[in-house]
Structure formats: structure tokens, C-alpha cells
Design a protein around this ligand. Structure first.
Ligand SMILES: Nc1ncnc2c1ncn2[C@@H]1O[C@H](COP(=O)(O)OP(=O)(O)OP(=O)(O)O)[C@@H](O)[C@H]1O
Length: 334
């Protein structure tokens, strides 16, 4: 199991700086998720770690050895992609064992390792099938198994679940996480989906424009976002932001309030008019307009009885208000 350390890692494509002087520790045996909007450089950084792109500047330490110039195969990392890229003419068994066969591993060892991995991933009854006869989730499990038989130092996942439907994605998230915990293996996982990041990670790294905006545990980042960008990116529905008098009342340029922290009250800090109510079954989302224009989203219980056009008032516990300065940075007191 391996810690991966990046020091001042930069990568340029033409005049575009895809990753800009990245310093990061990916801890041994933990699950680290890179998250951020499209184009922020998270896939590039994963590919730099894997060796699929060359690092322009900086150091990449794997187990204290600088591997920035080491060939991908010699880094001992296994990458799982969004497209499963299984060999269609081979059975699941042969797909799983292929890398070992190429490496001239003895037949008994191949059979042993394939058997262990197949059991781990619940593929043992499917070993004689070809990929065409598998579901999307089963194919993704084979892709993971293929990486696993090589007993890598670390797993690198590049949006591995984006081809799956929502239910299967949820199940596979759980399976990948369980497997990583069982094996205690270091994992780096790229996604643009903040909910995936929140549910899977030990450590989240939020990227924007080739730079790291914040590193922390999911709860840390949710409760103490370092700036407006992270506050708006992590959490769904998004944090409400207010400027002007409501912010000035709290000594900030902008204040942020999570939808679950707006409480319907007889007379509260914020008063507006209900525009829409979304009933989601287990909860309802109220979208209300404040007198001077901004919209607020409040998360309420499903039995809320308010309707579009009605006046509404919200109270907020001051301790749950996030305060941001002119430059977008969060106040340390949050
Ligand atoms: N091979 C390449 N040649 C030129 N530009 C590239 C190359 N690979 C990536 N880029 C650019 O570098 C930036 C970062 O790309 P990257 O794929 O890392 O983003 P990302 O955060 O993973 O986005 P997505 O979620 O859309 O995959 C983008 O502006 C992209 O267009």
C-alpha cells in the first residue's frame, strides 16, 4: 500500500496550464476523490500520476521514490476507466487473467488470483461468459477485477461509473468503497459528481482551473468550505448566497446558508414569497423570492403546507451562517 505525494506538479497543453503547481498528499490506504467542474484538470492530474501524460515540472513520489519519469507499467498502479475496454472475444476468466498471462505468471497462480478476485467481486458464476453477455455493472466489476489481479500499489479510477444508470451507480459506489476498505488499498477516484465525492471519500480534493481549492474530509468541506467556489460546488441543492444588507448585518461581503438551515418561522430573518414547491417524497424544496430579487431554496419536511404566491418567513441559526469576504474567502470563524 502506498502513499502518493505530488510536489509542484504542473502540466501544460500548448499555452493552457492544465494543472498548476499542485502540492498534494494522497494518504496510504485511504480513498481520495478528485472533484471539480469539467475542464478543471482532475483527469489530467490522474493521468500524470498514472504516467499516461508526462509531468512538465514537479515531483511525483510513490513510496518515497520519485516516479515522475518512470514508465507507466513500472509504477505499479492500476487504472480503471469509464469505458470498460474488456476484450470482447475472451471470457470473463481470460479477461481477468490476461495481464498475468502477458507477464508469464504460472498457470496455477493465474487461476488462484483470478479465483480470489472473482469471489471478491461476485463474478465466480460468470467466469465462462463473454462480455456481451454481462450487464453494465458486471462489466464494470470485471474491469475492476482485471486491475485487482495485478495486486497494484494503488487504484486510479477515472469516472468509472458514468456509463451506468443511477441505481447501479449507487450500488457500484458502495461496492468499490467496500472493496477498497477490505483491501486497505490506496485509491484515487476522479468524478465531477459532488454527491459521489461526498459518499465515497476519506479525503476530497476540490479543483478549479488547474488548481486545488480545498482538501479535507467530506464533512470538513461541507461544514467549513474555504471559499465561495467550494461552498457552491459541494452540497445539493446548492448553498444560498446573499449579498447586500443581509450580508452586511453579519459583517460579511456575502453570506451563505445551506437549504437545510432555513427554518420556516412566523417572523424570521428572511421574508419572501414562495415561487415553487418541489415535493420529493421524503422532503420538499421550497423556492422563495426575496423582496429585492434573489431566490432562496429551503429544504423542509414533505408535509409542509405552503403554496406558490404565499408569503413565507425563514429563521436561521446564526451559527450555521457562512461568511465570506470580498475576495470570496471564508471567514475563519465559520
Ligand atoms: N491532450 C490534451 N491536449 C490539449 N489539451 C488538453 C489535453 N488533455 C486535457 N486538455 C485540457 O486541459 C484541461 C483539463 O482537462 P481535464 O481532462 O484534466 O479536465 P477534467 O477536470 O478531467 O474535465 P472532465 O470532467 O470534463 O473530464 C482542459 O481545458 C482540457 O481541454
Amino acid at each position: 500500500m502506498s502513499a502518493i505525494i505530488l510536489e509542484g506538479v504542473s502540466k501544460r497543453f500548448g499555452d493552457h496550464l492544465a494543472t498548476d503547481n499542485i502540492d498534494l498528499v494522497i494518504p496510504n490506504g485511504r480513498f481520495t476523490v478528485f472533484v471539480g467542474p469539467s475542464g478543471c484538470g482532475k483527469t489530467t492530474l490522474l493521468r500524470l500520476i498514472a504516467g499516461l501524460e508526462d509531468i512538465d515540472e514537479g515531483r511525483l513520489l510513490i513510496d518515497d521514490v520519485d516516479m515522475a519519469r518512470t514508465a507507466p507499467a513500472a509504477r505499479g498502479l492500476a487504472m480503471v476507466f469509464q469505458s470498460y475496454a474488456l476484450y470482447p472475444h475472451m471470457t470473463v476468466r481470460d479477461n481477468l487473467g490476461f495481464a498475468l498471462k502477458v507477464a508469464h505468471a504460472p498457470k496455477t497462480e493465474i487461476a488462484d488470483r483470478v479465483g480470489t478476485v472473482a469471489k471478491m467481486l461476485d463474478l465466480d458464476r460468470l467466469l465462462d461468459r463473454k462480455p456481451a453477455a454481462l450487464s453494465g455493472g458486471q462489466r464494470q466489476r470485471v474491469a475492476i477485477g482485471r486491475a485487482l489481479v495485478r495486486q497494484p500499489r494503488a487504484f486510479l479510477f477515472d469516472e468509472p461509473l458514468s456509463n451506468l444508470d443511477a441505481a447501479l451507480r449507487g450500488q457500484m459506489r458502495f461496492e468499490i468503497r467496500r472493496l477498497q476498505q477490505e483491501l486497505g488499498i490506496t485509491a484515487v477516484y476522479v468524478t465531477h459528481d459532488q454527491a459521489e465525492a461526498m459518499t465515497m471519500a476519506d479525503q476530497i480534493v476540490v479543483f478549479r482551473n488547474g488548481r486545488i481549492e480545498q482538501v479535507g474530509t467530506p464533512l470538513d468541506i461541507y461544514r467549513r468550505p474555504a471559499n465561495l467556489f467550494v461552498a457552491g460546488f459541494i452540497g445539493s441543492p446548492r448553498m444560498n448566497f446573499l449579498i447586500g444588507p443581509p450580508a452586511a448585518a453579519h459583517g460579511a461581503a456575502t453570506i451563505g446558508i445551506r437549504p437545510e438551515h432555513l427554518k420556516i418561522a412566523d417572523s424570521g430573518m428572511l421574508e419572501g414569497v414562495v415561487r415553487t414547491v418541489e415535493h420529493l417524497g421524503n422532503e420538499a424544496l421550497i423556492h422563495a423570492e426575496l423582496p429585492d430579487g434573489p431566490m432562496l431554496t429551503a429544504r423542509c419536511s414533505e408535509d409542509v403546507s405552503t403554496h406558490p404566491g404565499e408569503a413565507i418567513s425563514f429563521s436561521v441559526d446564526p451559527a450555521s451562517i457562512h461568511r465570506f469576504d470580498d475576495d470570496g474567502r471564508a471567514r475563519a470563524t465559520n
